[in-house]
Design a protein around this ligand. Structure first.
Ligand code: FMN
Length: 393
């Protein structure tokens, strides 16, 4: 029998085999008919939502969600960075009760998992930021809303049921910038995060590649007149004309001009963190913008130690970029972060299933963190200290 004939015979046998029928029925049972989960409940981890998001989003929007910079090395690095730290679990601890509650600016949250600000959520699901806010409400997470959100901040707060934090991209004009700040203040936002790592433009090649695959006419939605809701009523050129002149003087001015807590988002060096403390800001977000700003080839988990040692507990330290697993969160907490922000994973959930998808992503991360806390012998967040990890040489 020739090789191709025997292969054909084998495939015929396989097709008639009860083994295959069983395999197919179990795949269906697991919601994996085409290799993709069909309901949020079928997800084993947050990555299960990534493939669904890719399959449902138009190419240009998928590219916007997926993109990193240059050759995407920094986004890979954000993940690889976690492998440089290993866990050192304690044994023989009573771990029946795990308390994940976390205090942030005097308010207690059930977990240290925070929703990072991301722009244009309606590009991923028609309900956009509202679906995220409703999920944040159900699961009780702190949510930050972007300057370039596709939904007005007031509507997001209503859907969330309490004020969210506001993320600021400043414009050149102080007066116009202050209109956004005052609007967030009036909406009741207790804190504002000034993003400082993404106003210079960035070389996002992946989004450009995917945009070329999209056969729809982008100009139909992305019109000249269309403004981000936060830019409504502002006398500014629309689109990416953000201020490149923001400096420490701007930070001090902002701090003095608002009653909100001020955080700087995008700090990746200890000396900058020290300056932030000196200038009286209330917190920093250690972030490389999910590897969407500068191709640093350095993960944020690797940036965290120098920042924590510069800050010495004086202000709040949040961290994001690449967090996908309970163990990732645990490592950041062990290195001294107060809480961890999540970006793409909740957007994968949003694109896949709307609000239930976001809820499922938040629940998976919560459950994974709870499990690793139990396995490591830590029963509360403040017990997770540097003795629970070791840097790999
Ligand atoms: C699609 C997308 C849009 C984003 N938009 C903003 C934004 O408007 N403002 C901002 O400060 N950060 C923005 N970010 C960065 C996130 O706040 C966060 O730093 C990052 O997503 C964390 O990394 P991760 O996606 O690997 O979890 C965006 C990220 C993504 C993926």
């Amino acid at each position: 029998m020739s090789h191709s004939e025997s292969r054909r015979q084998f495939l015929k046998y396989l097709a008639a085999s009860p083994v295959l029928a069983y395999a197919q029925s179990t795949r269906r049972y697991a919601g994996l008919g085409d290799g993709l989960i069909s309901t949020p409940e079928h997800a084993l981890n947050v990555f299960d939502f990534e493939s669904v998001a890719e399959s449902v989003l138009p190419p240009a929007h998928w590219g916007y969600l997926k993109t990193s910079i240059d050759d995407d090395a920094t986004i890979r690095r954000n993940r690889e960075g976690f492998t440089h730290y290993q866990l050192r679990p304690r044994r023989l601890i009573d771990v029946r009760q795990i308390d994940m509650s976390t205090e942030i600016f005097g308010k207690t949250w059930p977990t240290p998992i925070v929703i990072a600000p991301t722009g244009s959520n309606q590009a991923f699901h028609p309900e956009g930021e509202l679906a995220v806010a409703r999920a944040a409400r159900v699961k009780n997470h702190l949510q930050m809303i972007s300057t370039v959100a596709s939904t007005p901040i007031e509507d997001v707060i209503e859907a969330r049921g309490e004020p969210v934090w506001y993320q600021l991209y400043p414009r050149y004009d102080w007066t116009e910038t202050m209109k956004m700040v005052k609007r967030a203040e009036a909406a009741g936002c207790p804190a504002i995060a000034l993003t400082v790592d993404n106003t210079m433009g960035s070389n996002r090649e992946t989004v450009r590649r995917f945009a070329k695959l999209d056969e729809r006419d982008c100009a139909v939605c992305h019109t000249e007149e269309r403004k981000s809701p936060m830019h409504e009523g502002l006398n500014i050129p629309e689109r990416n004309d953000y201020s490149r002149s923001v400096d420490w003087e701007f930070v001090r001015r902002l701090r003095d001009a608002t009653s909100m807590k001020v955080l700087i988002k995008g700090i990746v060096r200890g000396d900058d963190a020290e300056l932030a403390v000196g200038d009286g800001v209330d917190g920093i977000v250690v972030s490389n913008h999910g590897a969407r700003a500068v191709a640093t080839d350095r993960s944020t988990i690797e940036c965290l130690p120098e920042i924590v040692s510069a800050v010495r507990g004086r202000i709040l330290v949040l961290v994001d970029s690449g967090f996908r697993r309970g163990t990732d969160l645990f490592k950041a907490l062990a290195l001294g972060a107060d809480a961890v922000c999540i970006g793409r994973p909740y957007l994968w959930g949003l694109a896949s299933f709307g609000q239930p998808g976001v809820e499922a992503v938040l629940e998976l991360l919560r459950a994974e963190l709870e499990l690793v806390m139990r396995q490591a012998g830590t029963t509360s967040i403040d017990q997770i200290d540097p003795t629970y990890i070791v840097a790999k040489h």
